[in-house]
Design a protein around this ligand. Structure first.
Ligand code: COA
Length: 260
């Protein structure tokens, strides 16, 4: 598997998926899109994986975009298929029933920012630069960038980033709500693993309920969203973890969640 575009590394219940094309700044070609889709499928159904971390190899880039060399030769129909391939993969991560954290270790441009935005949480190194530079290539974002940036950071920020193509630094990304946290580059991995460990110790079915509610609610009206939340709230009362969590509180001990 030496030519795989991904590295997959299990650290207890945390699976770290690294896009591993550092000589191309981890650009997303078709093979990488497909490998990421397969990694999302595998993590989704593996009960031993409770949290996923996505990152890029090397210290320079998270992912510097879709592969420009591959895109340059595409026909319109192939361009549409390439966009759908990326969109489907990113939707798979977004709808994963367990938390996905983007560890943004450098450039997150174009498809890289799109990949980070389909994750549930984003931690960026203070050296990271984020942007949607497709306009500079005569292109537009095609892996969900216009849609997720709009929803994540609002219309003004989405228009500014996509129309100008200019990258922004990590601190501005934090101000715009594009990333959750910015940490010194040297502490990025430790801080990400700390957050991942915290989530790995939480009740998996309750985490799943929260992910579902926030995803469904973000794509529905308030009445439907509230109704969905109440239904999910009811559902967690069927779990052993809910009994464990509430009795551990009453017994003044630390809960142990088994995911049942
Ligand atoms: N697709 C394909 N290859 C890419 C790439 C991409 N999105 N981004 C970087 N690379 C490749 C470069 O072509 C170069 O390959 P080479 O050594 O075979 O020539 C290698 O990665 C290193 O990139 P380089 O441009 O030399 O690094 P840099 O430090 O000078 O610049 C960036 C870094 C990120 C500013 C620059 O690579 C860049 O602008 N990349 C494209 C970003 C982009 O437009 N993304 C959206 C694509 S839709």
């Amino acid at each position: 598997m030496t030519d795989s575009p991904l590295r997959i590394d299990d650290r207890g219940a945390i699976r770290v998926v690294t896009v591993d094309r550092p000589d191309k700044l981890n650009a997303l070609n078709s093979a990488t899109l497909d490998a990421l889709h397969a990694a999302a499928d595998a993590a989704s159904t593996d009960p031993d994986v409770r949290v996923l971390v996505l990152t890029g190899a090397g210290s320079k880039a998270f992912v510097a975009g879709a592969d420009i060399a591959e895109m340059s030769g595409l026909s319109p129909a192939q361009g549409r298929d390439f966009a759908l391939r990326g969109q489907r993969m990113m939707r798979r991560f977004e709808r994963l029933p367990k938390p996905v954290i983007a560890m943004v270790n450098g450039f997150a441009l174009g498809g890289g920012l799109e990949l980070a935005m389909c994750c549930h949480l984003r931690i960026a190194a203070d050296t990271a630069r984020l942007g949607q530079p497709e306009i500079n290539l005569g292109l537009i974002p095609g892996f969900g960038g216009t849609q997720r940036l709009l929803r994540l950071a609002g219309r003004a920020a989405a228009l500014e980033l996509c129309l100008t193509g200019a990258p922004i630094d990590a601190v501005r990304s934090l101000q715009l709500g594009i990333v959750n946290r910015v940490v010194p580059a040297a502490e990025l991995e430790a801080e990400t693993m700390k957050l991942a460990s915290q989530l790995a110790g939480a009740a998996p079915l309750a985490l799943r309920g929260i992910l579902d509610c926030i995803q469904v609610g973000g794509e529905a009206g308030i009445e439907e969203g509230l109704e969905y939340e109440a239904a999910q709230f009811g559902l967690v009362f069927s779990t052993d973890d809910m009994r464990e969590g509430t009795s551990a509180f009453l017994d003044k001990r630390k809960p142990v969640f088994g995911g049942r």
